[in-house]
Design a protein. Structure first.
Length: 256
């Protein structure tokens, strides 16, 4: 019992009630992402920000999302566009490597506005007739989103916008997006470990949140199969747009 308490509270760093809220939130946000294609990661980050120390927020959230996206990718493996993932991976590795050397001088507000505008263009802008990104575009998507993730944090909406540029079914969108985000969060976990962050204290809570998220993903995918394809596409675009506008609001708050 004491061991479970220690695991859930990250060695008394959090209260038991806060830990339970995070575990339950992990379930519902994973279910949300599996059903709608996106959105859960950003919501989970917002909830975690209310209880997890700032120094641990991004790495702990990243590892939980690694598990959540990894579970979703495994459950939708037969729908993943492996060519997209391969080219995305090449760019992502280069982006992570460059990020370790580049110090961005641009204010966060400018980055937030730029990313929001780019997301809205990718989702609502005109698309090629084939509606399929070329290898160079897929590699560039991996590089840009991974590089930006080091400065903006949750880049799910940006990755989703790139994935949306392809002529995918609802299951392909969910699977391919999950696989790309698994890779990106994996690179983040590696970077945080490399710079010295210790996950040991948070390992128990992270594993329980990942398990809770896996359950949410399972139920979410059941719901997704019943959602009409056209309705899913509309909902997906609306949710991505809301998340992009959220970036704009955050940027305006910093200005005001």
């Amino acid at each position: 019992m004491n061991l479970l308490y220690s695991w859930l509270t990250a060695n008394d760093t959090l209260s038991m009630s806060s830990s339970v809220v995070l575990v339950v939130t992990s379930f519902f946000t994973s279910m949300m992402t599996a059903t709608l294609g996106i959105g859960g990661g950003v919501l989970l980050l917002a909830v975690m920000a209310g209880s997890v120390p700032v120094s641990a927020l991004i790495p702990v959230h990243g590892l939980v999302q690694l598990g959540s996206n990894g579970n979703r990718a495994l459950m939708t493996a037969k729908h993943i566009d492996w060519r997209m993932l391969t080219y995305f991976s090449l760019g992502a590795v280069v982006g992570a490597f460059l990020a370790s050397f580049i110090v961005v001088q641009l204010p966060l507000v400018i980055i937030q506005f730029a990313v929001a505008a780019f997301i809205l263009f990718l989702v609502w802008g005109s698309k090629p007739k084939a509606q399929e990104m070329k290898p160079a575009g897929r590699t560039l998507a991996g590089l840009v989103t991974t590089l930006v993730s080091m400065f903006v944090g949750a880049t799910g909406p940006l990755v989703a916008a790139f994935v949306h540029r392809n002529n995918y079914t609802k299951m392909q969108i969910t699977g391919t997006f999950a696989s790309c985000m698994t890779l990106q969060h994996g690179l983040k976990a590696f970077v945080f470990t490399f710079v010295g962050f210790s996950f040991a204290q948070w390992a128990g809570l992270i594993m329980i949140m990942i398990a809770s998220g896996a359950l949410g993903t399972f139920f979410g995918l059941k719901v997704l199969k019943r959602v009409p394809a056209k309705k899913f596409t509309v909902i997906f675009k609306v949710v991505v747009t809301i998340l992009a506008l959220r970036l704009v609001v955050e940027a305006l708050k910093d200005i005001v």
